[in-house]
Design a protein around this ligand. Structure first.
Ligand SMILES: [Fe+2]
Ligand SMILES: [Fe+2]
Length: 218
């Protein structure tokens, strides 16, 4: 058997998943939860601390975009005649990240908190920029309209990466501190992405939406 790279496995997984109606319902529900993941009201807290009017506008635009993204994915479900289904917490990447940093219970109080939060948000946005086109590719053959929605959301997430960079750097004491915060945030996000991804793989495998033996090259 030839070795199969992680992106190949991820692509094969997505192709299998969206081939079934149950799989499409699950994928879109996971996406709704990711977009609505702001359970701690993090943008509210950020808007309170970010007092520069221009940057504050970015915080608010970012929040509005995420609300709109959730609506776009919910509209895909409606168009397909599907309901949003619950997703277990261990599959939710944003929940996994929030748990890893203490559930956001400490709150956003000052410049350092703003910088740390935007480092994490940037890592999350980067993941969206990377993953949404892959999900779009998987949907392209079965449901091109949903594929287009994922691509338009991916474009917005690229803008969000820039917002995060701008605000995070503004609140960082210096460039080196910002870069270190980003390195740490990316490591934390990557660990959560792997954890949630494996939990998702097991969940979808148990329900027969994906076949594990179909995921690795032959
Ligand atoms: Fe989004
Ligand atoms: Fe975003």
């Amino acid at each position: 058997m030839e070795s199969t790279s992680e992106p190949d496995i991820r692509n094969a997984f997505l192709q299998q998943l969206v081939a079934t109606s149950d799989g499409r319902q699950h994928m879109l529900s996971v996406s709704v939860d990711a977009e609505e993941g702001d359970e701690g009201g993090i943008f509210e807290q950020l808007a309170e601390v970010v007092d520069d009017p221009q940057l504050r506008q970015l915080v608010e635009r970012h929040r509005e975009d995420e609300v709109r993204h959730a609506q776009l994915f919910r509209a895909c479900l409606s168009r397909l005649g599907l309901e949003k289904v619950p997703v277990p917490d261990e599959l939710k990447i944003i929940r996994q990240i929030a748990d890893a940093v203490g559930g956001g219970r400490q709150g956003v109080r000052g410049a350092n908190d703003v910088m740390m939060t935007y480092a994490l948000l940037r890592a999350i946005e980067e993941r969206g920029v990377e993953q949404f086109p892959l999900i779009a590719d998987a949907f392209r053959r079965v449901d091109p309209e949903t594929a287009d929605v994922y691509m338009s959301v991916a474009r917005d997430e690229r803008g969000h990466v820039r917002y995060c960079e701008q605000i995070g750097r503004h609140y960082a004491p210096d460039q080196a501190t910002w870069e270190q915060a980003l390195t740490d945030a990316r490591a934390l996000e990557a660990a959560a992405f792997t954890r949630a991804g494996l939990a998702n793989l097991a969940y979808c495998g148990e329900r027969g939406w994906v076949r594990m033996d179909g995921l690795v090259g032959t």
